[in-house]
Design a protein around this ligand. Structure first.
Ligand SMILES: [Zn+2]
Length: 588
């Protein structure tokens, strides 16, 4: 059994290791400019094509295409599994890996109990601290936010004092080993045997599982500082995206009313609850996960989304729509008046009006068609929107629902259903796992599209730019289905769990994409911050242009076909579409 190693520890090991030293034990490296090169240990060669980039701590061989980080190198050269490679390197760089056999619900019973006990002790401690004289600032904050003493008690809201060892000392007094505090995510190990409190000067919101156990904490900073909200790391009892805040307390109300109101944050949850909306639950983070939807579905299939009207909120609503459709959930959506989050809205207009909004909420499908598809006047806008709807329609598993949705979109934007249907078929054909013989490519087919790969790698490098949804806007224009599928999968994984590119690439079956990634990244960074804006603009233009060219060719082909068959109707429609495309392209 290899056992589970926490992400932070893996990161720590990686940051302490020096790839050049590790590689040097097996390969004689020579410095060449910014890089080190040597004879590849993975394939026979006479001229060195094996390259190490110390700045990025990665290697790549231009001869055989092997590449990755220091763990990958060790795995490959010593024939180790990933955990084995991590462990062997840990010993070398002097990082101790905590003993823990399994993760999540499969944690050893004794271990799991222990961590839950530590969390419970901490929750009690934070709660007690809140009543101390020196915590006036924290109490004032809660009072200002309109938090009633009842809510504070019911949800175990507490305060982590401003100090480095306050909780640590308390745990010492309770005979809790600091290693256990660390494993519970409450203490951070500074070096071998020094620890400090992870949460300092923060309002503490314990997160409980369906049995009422405290499995994690969210801490809101009181002063200016960053981050505003700090959450527990993943532990043996807590996996991100698998817990819904407040569900333990509200599940009976949700079941009884057969409806849940879903919000994003702790404060939104608490103000709705206080305002009398008792079937509320919070996703904690903008991206609702499939696991969360599946948990919620055990209590109701009717979910009202309550999101901020900003861009992120809209994006979240769109994502949720897809999840709901796939998981068979009926959704409604309440968009609050511009600028107000649920908490602010209740304080301004009262719970009554919020209840009114919830009762009259449009269905998610209506919302999608009416708002996300937006009011549009020109044909180009309509087509662009139809195109954006394709991934949504394409993922719908229920054929009846799909037809209904198609019809509604067709009515709404005035594009013929048949045209949409055809587009959907094409879109689906491009998806992996839904191979249609005409479009399916063998795994080792033609070379990957270099431009689209660059766009993808650009976003991998500039992950902070993903928030605006730029990548999702571009993916539909990708012509290489393999690159698109991979890109979509990665962005989704990144949104949900923050998976970094290297880790994601390691698990990706498409070795060609991994190879290209390291081939590009091993050299001078092609995506430097100084050129990023211009680069993205150029690549965006190029990708779109090529898509239009491709579509023109397709239409041309169809047109010839229709002419041969003497199908005048079809010819006319195709010509119309061609014109529309020309207009649209020109308007960009
Ligand atoms: Zn090689």
């Amino acid at each position: 059994m290899s056992g589970y190693i926490p992400d932070e520890i893996i990161e720590e090991i990686r940051s302490r290791a020096e790839i050049r030293e590790v590689v040097s034990e097996f390969v004689t490296l020579q410095k060449r400019g910014k890089y080190y090169t040597g004879l590849c240990p993975f394939h026979g060669e006479k001229k060195p094509s094996f390259t190490v980039n110390v700045e990025r701590q990665i290697f790549h061989c231009f001869g055989c295409g092997e590449g990755g980080n220091v763990f990958k190198f060790l795995m490959k050269i010593n024939n180790l599994s990933f955990p084995e490679a991590v462990r062997s390197l840990a010993a070398k760089v002097g990082v101790e890996i905590p003993v823990r056999e399994f993760r999540g619900d499969r944690a050893e019973p004794g271990r799991r109990e222990k961590l839950l006990k530590v969390n419970r002790l901490a929750a009690d401690f934070f709660q007690g601290t809140l009543t101390m004289p020196e915590s006036g600032k924290a109490r004032a904050y809660l009072e200002n936010r309109g938090m009633s003493p009842e809510a504070v008690r019911r949800f175990f809201i507490g305060y982590a004092p401003d100090g480095w060892h306050v909780l640590k000392n308390h745990l010492d007094r309770k005979n809790v080993a600091p290693g256990d505090g660390e494993e519970a995510g409450l203490l951070v190990r500074k070096d071998r045997d020094r620890f400090y409190d992870r949460f300092r000067d923060r309002i503490m919101f314990p997160v409980r599982d369906l049995n009422g156990n405290v499995v994690a904490f969210g801490g809101r900073i009181l002063g200016p500082g960053e981050p505003k909200y700090l959450n527990s790391p993943e532990t043996a009892v807590y996996t991100k995206g698998r817990v819904l805040y407040g569900l333990f307390d509200t599940k009976e109300e949700i079941r009884a009313s057969d409806r849940a109101v879903l919000v994003e944050g702790y404060m939104d949850f608490l103000s709705l609850w206080q305002g009398g909306v008792r079937n509320v639950v919070a996703s904690l983070g903008t991206a609702l996960t499939r696991q969360q939807v599946q948990i919620l579905r055990r209590f109701t299939k009717n979910v009202v989304l309550l999101f901020d009207p900003d861009q992120a909120g809209r994006h979240a609503a769109e994502r949720s729509l897809k999840l709901f459709l796939e998981e068979g959930i009926h959704g409604w959506v309440v968009l609050l008046p511009e600028g107000l989050d649920p908490d602010a809205f209740i304080r301004k207009s009262g719970a009554e009006s919020l209840n009114g909004l919830i009762a009259g909420a449009p269905t998610l499908t209506d919302y999608y068609i009416g708002t996300l598809m937006g009011p549009c006047s020109t044909v180009e806008e309509k087509l662009e929107q139809a195109r954006q709807a394709l991934p949504v329609i394409g993922t719908m598993s229920d054929a009846i629902q799909r037809d209904l949705f198609l019809r509604r979109i067709s009515e709404s934007i005035g594009v013929k259903e048949a045209v949409l249907e055809q587009e959907v078929r094409k879109w689906r054909a491009r998806k992996p796992g839904e191979k249609e013989p005409s479009t399916a490519e063998p795994a080792d087919g033609p070379p990957l599209d270099a431009v689209e790969l660059s766009v993808l790698f650009f976003f991998m490098e500039h992950r902070s730019r993903l928030g605006g949804g730029e990548a999702w806007k571009l993916f539909p224009y990708f012509l290489d289905a393999r690159v698109r599928a991979f890109g979509e999968a990665w962005v989704r994984a990144y949104d949900e769990t923050g998976t970094d590119p290297e880790t994601f690439l390691e698990n990706e079956e498409n070795g060609k994409i991994r190879e290209k990634y390291y081939e590009i990244m091993i050299g001078e960074n092609p995506f430097g911050e100084d050129v990023a804006d211009r680069l993205l603009e150029d690549m965006t233009l190029k990708v779109r242009k090529r898509w239009y060219r491709f579509r023109h060719q397709e239409i041309q082909k169809d047109l010839l076909d229709a002419q041969k068959r003497g199908d005048a109707d079809r010819c006319l429609r195709l010509l119309e579409e061609k014109n529309r495309m020309l207009l649209e392209e020109r308007s960009r």
